[in-house]
Ligand binder design. Structure first.
Ligand SMILES: [Fe+2]
Length: 295
């Protein structure tokens, strides 16, 4: 069956038909998916009732996996899933929802702010692939903002201002925004800032996009309050409704997005309900900027 993609978002995002993740992809299907990602930046695959091994096999057929190590407040002894998965569920290792005031849950609430996955790593993520196993009775949508369209809509003066700026990204900064300061010295060291360009150019299409995230807490050479106010203005611009696709999850959905081209955020859901969504992630090509510039 040929791969068919039709647009579902206001200015981007496509729904894919003709892929069954329970069997290996053909080279043509791999090429079609990458081409779809280059064009739509977010792809939705419905009714993919797969297990962890099938999710890993599908992910590996598209590229090299980024391991999820040290990016959350879960200690290695508390991992529910192998490190080939980012566990973005609200569940502990016994598959029980975290207590409302559990610091692992409160830290993860940072994912409700607009962000790009792993922008706090020197080499940030390429694609994220999120598969829904259990979804809550209400809420829990994932929203995506098209950072190419947002860039295109900037006036020329702002484009020029952004062109060569370099930002400092850290999970410390995103958590400051929600009033979460409860980090140990070890966690602060682990989450120390990395540098990322503010404007990225897609290697295949040549389109430019804003590379924003709530993890961005400074601009190299700028006073911090001025930088944060400017980044907030850019984020408000980039997340206007005409740039946003909101995904309402069904069990079996796989949604794949290109972190180089979109931001996303999770929406709230009842704290006592289970939300088991499992993310595999493809590694990026390399740092977006030389890290020795870091202060
Ligand atoms: Fe995320």
């Amino acid at each position: 069956m040929p791969v068919n993609i039709h647009q579902v978002g206001p200015c981007f995002a496509g729904e894919v038909e003709g892929i069954d993740m329970r069997r290996p992809l053909t080279p043509q299907e791999v090429a079609d998916i990458h081409a779809g990602m280059d064009k739509y930046a977010v792809l939705v695959f419905r009714d993919q009732h797969i297990d962890d091994e099938q999710q890993l096999a599908f992910t590996r057929s598209l590229g090299e996996i980024e391991l999820a190590i040290g990016a959350s407040l879960r200690a290695p002894s508390e991992y529910r899933l192998p490190t080939t998965f980012a566990d973005v569920s609200n569940l502990d290792q016994d598959n029980k929802p975290f207590a409302r005031d559990d610091r692992r849950r409160l830290f993860a609430i940072g994912n409700r702010l607009w962000h790009s996955d792993s922008s706090f790593k020197e080499t940030p993520a390429k694609y994220s692939l999120l598969h829904a196993r259990i979804v809550p009775s209400k809420g829990g949508n994932t929203e995506f903002a098209d950072m190419r369209a947002a860039y295109d809509a900037l006036d020329d003066e702002t484009k020029e201002l952004c062109e060569n700026l370099v930002c400092e990204h850290s999970q410390i900064y995103s958590r400051q925004q929600i009033g979460f300061f409860d980090l140990t010295d070890e966690e602060r060291e682990r989450f120390k800032p990395v540098l990322q360009v503010l404007v990225r150019t897609h290697p295949v299409t040549g389109r430019k996009s804003l590379y924003l995230a709530s993890h961005a807490g400074g601009i190299v050479g700028w006073p911090v309050p001025e930088a944060r106010a400017f980044l907030r203005d850019l984020t408000e611009h980039a997340t206007q409704p005409q740039f946003v696709y909101s995904h309402k999850w069904r069990v079996g959905d796989m949604v794949m997005w290109d972190n180089r081209q979109v931001m996303h955020r999770g929406r709230p859901f009842p704290a006592h309900e289970m939300r088991d969504v499992r993310r595999t992630t493809l590694k990026g090509d390399g740092p977006t900027v030389a890290q020795q510039q870091a202060a």
